[in-house]
Design a binder for this molecule. Structure first.
Ligand code: IPD
Ligand code: CA
Ligand code: CA
Length: 268
């Protein structure tokens, strides 16, 4: 197990150093959707990671954002976001990371998130805790929602799908200390694990956005569910994480928003 952790840390750093080296260059931007972009650097970093894994563990499966998923029937699956925060990256806004998780028999056993700009490596191993640059980390101790700093994000179909988190954001913004929308969900989760945020939620994230961060938050003593408190899994339509202490209050906000929307519909 230790070897997996070391290997994952090594390749996350390699890819992150590559991202940092290319950060100030001009990038080729392609549109995967109306506002969903990808650069040549995303693809190159992903190719680097995949070839390192293929070389070391040729029988393992890989799910990576910019490639077709492999199915070799392995018990092991690597879940990779080579560059989480592409919009930031392409605009020279230095908030992005590499996120790598290793799953064994459908359970995440390793989660590593690397921010090359701050040289921060977040590492979690199932049952062994969460660490930032080798120091153990844990979630915050804030107990009240009005004193909480939260993070969130908005889905790429925000323009066309009315279920776009703006309703939850509006309500939540008046109940908490502040909300950040920094543009890297994986980093948001890593910051949750480090106690920098008290809560985080988002809709329609992909497995590569959440896999490593999910384990980090749990190993740091936090709670990870869907928006209404049901068990989280990689195909959940939404994610809610918190330090555990404000979880119920956050769920109540989402429920209230939904109830109001129902009431509004029935009066029309
Ligand atoms: C995105 C970021 C962003 C989140 C989006 C993700 P990408 O990942 O994590 O914070 O709001 O939903 O897709 O596209 O930069 O890898
Ligand atoms: Ca992502
Ligand atoms: Ca990405």
């Amino acid at each position: 197990m230790n070897n997996y952790r070391k290997f994952t840390t090594t390749i996350a750093k390699e890819a992150g150093i590559f991202l940092k080296k290319r950060f100030n260059e001009k990038h080729t931007v392609n549109y995967k959707g109306e506002i969903d972009i990808v650069t040549e650097v995303d693809k190159m970093a992903e190719e680097m990671l995949i070839s390192r894994i293929d070389e070391k563990f040729p029988h393992h499966d890989i799910l990576a954002e910019e490639s077709t998923e492999t199915d070799k029937g392995s018990d092991f699956r690597w879940i990779i976001d080579p560059l989480d925060g592409t919009t930031n990256y392409a605009h020279g806004y230095p908030v992005f990371c590499v996120s790598i998780a290793l799953e064994k028999e459908n359970e995440i056993i390793i989660g590593v998130i690397y921010d090359p700009m701050l040289e921060e490596i977040f590492v979690a191993e199932k049952g062994k805790g969460a660490f930032l640059n080798s120091k153990r980390i844990s979630v915050s101790k804030t107990v009240e929602l009005p004193k909480s700093l939260l993070a969130t994000g908005f889905p790429y179909d925000i323009r066309t799908n009315p279920d776009n988190n703006l309703n939850y954001f509006n309500e939540m913004a008046t109940k908490v200390l502040a909300i950040r929308r920094a543009g890297s969900a994986a980093l948001d989760l890593a910051y949750m694990a480090a106690g920098r945020f008290d809560g985080f939620w988002e809709l329609r994230l992909n497995p590569w956005d959440t896999a490593a961060g999910w384990l980090l938050v749990e190993e740091a003593g936090g709670l990870v569910t869907d928006l209404f408190g049901k068990d989280y899994h990689l195909k959940s339509p939404h994610i809610l994480t918190s330090n555990g202490k404000i979880h119920g209050e956050m769920i109540n906000v989402f429920k209230r928003v939904d109830r109001l929307a129902q009431g509004f519909k029935s009066h029309r």
